[in-house]
Design a protein around this ligand. Sequence first.
Ligand code: COI
Length: 356
Amino acid sequence: MAYTFTFEPNNAPKQKPDSNKLGFGQYFTDHMFIADYNLQHGWHEGRIVPYAPLLMDPASMVLHYSQTIFEGLKAYKTTDGKVVIFRPERNIERLNISGVRMGIPPIDEEFALQAVMQLVNTDKDWIPTGEENSLYIRPFIIATDPFLGVRPSDTYKFIVILSPVGAYYPEGINPIKIYVESEYVRAVRGGVGFTKTGGNYAASLKAQMESKDKGYTQVLWLDGCEKKYIEEVGSMNVFFKINGEVITPSLEGSILAGVTRNSVMTLMKDWGMQVTERQISIEEVYEAYQNGTLEEMFGTGTAAVISPVGELNWDGKGIVINNGKTGDLSHKLYDTITKMQRGLVEDSYNWLTTVE
Ligand code: COI
């Protein structure tokens, strides 16, 4: 079914940023999508309107109890001029998975997909050129009841905003240094670690600040009970190549089921590699490093794409991976994914949805 949304054009379009200096998430396009939810009408009144600040009641529940979810996906311009989005249906499906856990009413997936596609089509001139650049799409839902008791809201807004972005990490495709967090934890099983909800990210900030002061770009989280098993980085899932086998932490409820994680697993299996999802302890990674079998480590995420890890610090013990250089597998995955997204290699998995 084709949804039609109302459209209010922005009569004061902004100047577009220099595509060599985008950074991540600093610039926003001329329009945004908004739809409302209430008990009487469900999700309704989808509209594309000029990008502008929201007028909110200060008692809005999201501001007090964080009832909110979000997604992150990207649009690209292919070399033959098409506008494509990478696996958008997966992100919309995950939005609802997060929503169920956060007590947020499900949104019709076709409605949300159309919202994303029509907004991207409206602002497609904002898709930046340049190998590391793309148009980052941020759909999110917020609870809007003005109420201070603790219960699920009865009203919500679904909003989509767009941001032309470059590499998420200043290092780009160069290896990053990560601090293994042994004091703070991000999530526990049974909690909300598998959802994309703001609180997961708020809970990570103190550790991130402390690791930054020590010279590390990100934190690697360990499980919340024993602080033994590796979870994720917060902005990406992680993979280890040990003695030829690629291992990634299994989805036990406390980490995000990444779309890029799933995509690289599919690619590597099709390349004939041994890919295993299982619990992996930091001790095991340290032992592999000591006995010389730790070949590569990289992170995956929509924002981060493929991000090689050159060094870990675990309780003061340094783990230097592949001499701090980008490994062959990380390179191959990065190349394959980014070329596919630009239409330079065949989209043999039908991962691209064309916006028209
Ligand atoms: C993404 O990769 O899209 C994320 O949401 C990670 C981060 C920017 C929060």
